[in-house]
Design a protein. Structure first.
Length: 279
């Protein structure tokens, strides 16, 4: 029988890597992960894994304590954090996705490293299939202009893969993906839909507050009552989790054609949408 040389003890410093390990059926190889991995992949909680710092703040001592033969991290990095990873002496796989294509490559890379290339291809195929199905459903619809943000102060537009998902969900992405933008510039774009998915905030973005402090009362999205929060991990985890973000975007952009989904929350200021729309 051929000997298995694939990693047996994996430390994940990024939620996307943990989700990919789950998707390819190799979560059992995980020996440590971050607290953010637990948020996006609750299955790891029952396994009582070691909790370590993330790609931004990694520590050699935490990594070596888990005796890994593979450490997976992803941007954003700090130079010091990378040095801490390298000092651990473990094999290091660093990811830097920007687009959906990059995400597919990351899935294929991790699957290859874990010896399940075929499983990785199935996961990628399923993602492409669902994205294309939503694209077909919205192809002949009106295309609202959509602003998505991954951070609120300063305002940072969501990443390029989110722009691709907005397009697939039947919208037009407003602004430059991944770039800082002022409240005034967003208002000047006058989007029809606004989506906030702040990193680390879950679904707790204060929608009513940001509309008020940014003086957005005259924006079309506010007048049309189309201000939404989508759970952070659904749009900011470049992994199969993005399919949940796609479903939420589709329901926000074309609510008449797509069912409401968990993780999508609409502004609930008096006189706006019914609070029952909370996901």
């Amino acid at each position: 029988m051929p000997r298995d040389h694939t990693p047996r003890r994996v430390v994940s410093l990024q939620p996307s890597a943990t989700v990919i390990l789950k998707a390819i059926g190799k979560l059992d190889r995980l020996v440590a992960c971050t607290k953010y991995c637990v948020d996006v992949c609750p299955e790891v909680k029952s396994r009582k894994l070691a909790i370590v710092a993330d790609s931004w703040t990694s520590k050699t001592s935490e990594i070596t304590a888990s005796q890994p033969d593979l450490v997976i991290a992803a941007v954003p990095y700090q130079e010091k954090a990378v040095a801490e990873i390298l000092k651990s002496g473990a094999r290091f796989l660093g990811l830097a996705p920007k687009t959906l294509a990059d995400t597919y490559t990351d899935i294929a890379t991790i699957a290859g490293a874990m010896g399940v290339t075929g499983r990785g291809e199935l996961v990628i195929g399923d993602m492409k299939k669902e994205i294309e199905a939503v694209r077909r459903k919205t192809r002949n619809k009106a295309r609202p202009r959509v602003f998505c943000e991954e951070w609120g102060k300063p305002i940072i537009a969501s990443q390029p893969w989110v722009a691709e998902l907005v397009e697939a969900a039947g919208g037009i992405f407003v602004g430059a993906p991944g770039k800082t933008i002022t409240p005034e510039a967003v208002l000047a774009e006058n989007p029809d839909v606004v989506v906030a998915a702040w990193c680390g905030a879950g679904d707790r973005v204060p929608l009513e507050k940001i509309v008020k402090i940014r003086n957005w009362s005259e924006m079309q999205a506010v007048k049309k009552q189309n201000i939404y929060c989508i759970r952070d991990e659904f749009l900011n985890t470049p992994a199969p989790t993005l399919l949940s973000g796609l479903r939420a975007l589709a329901a926000a952009i074309h609510p008449q054609d797509f069912s409401e989904v968990p993780g999508l929350r609409c502004i609930t200021r008096t006189g706006l949408r019914n609070p029952s729309r909370l996901g």
